[in-house]
Write a protein of this length. Structure first.
Length: 168
């Protein structure tokens, strides 16, 4: 029963990913997507999903939607504009450096989601993660602070807020 509860949501997710990346709704792609999704999720669902009840929680999906909207339409736009400003400015105002950014999330999925969010946001890249110290090491295009708690507030706190609601 646990395998089935884990496999169904994973099958749906894999099918959506397959269709998006194939870029086609032909009969062949739909049938192939279904077969591949069912096969892969049956084999790997217990490795990928440790608690199937979490994935069936509707509130987590709403937080995911809210996060996606915030990330793509607020955080990304703001950071792209900031990087464009730095590129186009005659004096190129950059002050690059690597800062330690502590994190408070606990699951591997949440840690990875926050690290990916930081890296995918222009101007910051996670270069290392120290799980024993619960710290990301982030290359920042313009270091505003080297104090870990202040850097966390500037770089990752909003991503952590959503990651906790979705994954922890």
């Amino acid at each position: 029963m646990k395998r089935l509860k884990s496999a169904i949501p994973l099958t749906i997710l894999l099918f959506i990913i397959y269709i998006v990346f194939s870029g086609s709704l032909s009969t062949y792609d739909i049938v192939t997507g279904i077969v591949v999704s069912i096969t892969v999720s049956t084999i790997f669902s217990t490795f990928v999903i440790s608690n199937p009840n979490k994935i069936l929680n509707f509130k987590r999906w709403l937080y995911l939607l809210e996060y996606a909207l915030y990330y793509f339409f607020v955080a990304e736009v703001k950071c792209h504009l900031d990087v464009m400003y730095r590129i186009l400015h005659p004096k190129l105002p950059v002050k690059p450096g690597i800062v330690a950014v502590p994190y408070n999330v606990s699951t591997d999925y949440a840690i990875t989601a926050v690290a990916n969010s930081i890296t995918n946001t222009p101007g910051t890249v996670v270069v290392d993660i120290d799980t024993s110290k619960k710290t990301y090491y982030v290359h920042w295009i313009y270091v505003k602070t080297t104090k870990p708690d202040k850097a966390r507030e500037e770089i990752s706190s909003i991503f952590e807020k959503y990651a906790m609601k979705i994954f922890d």
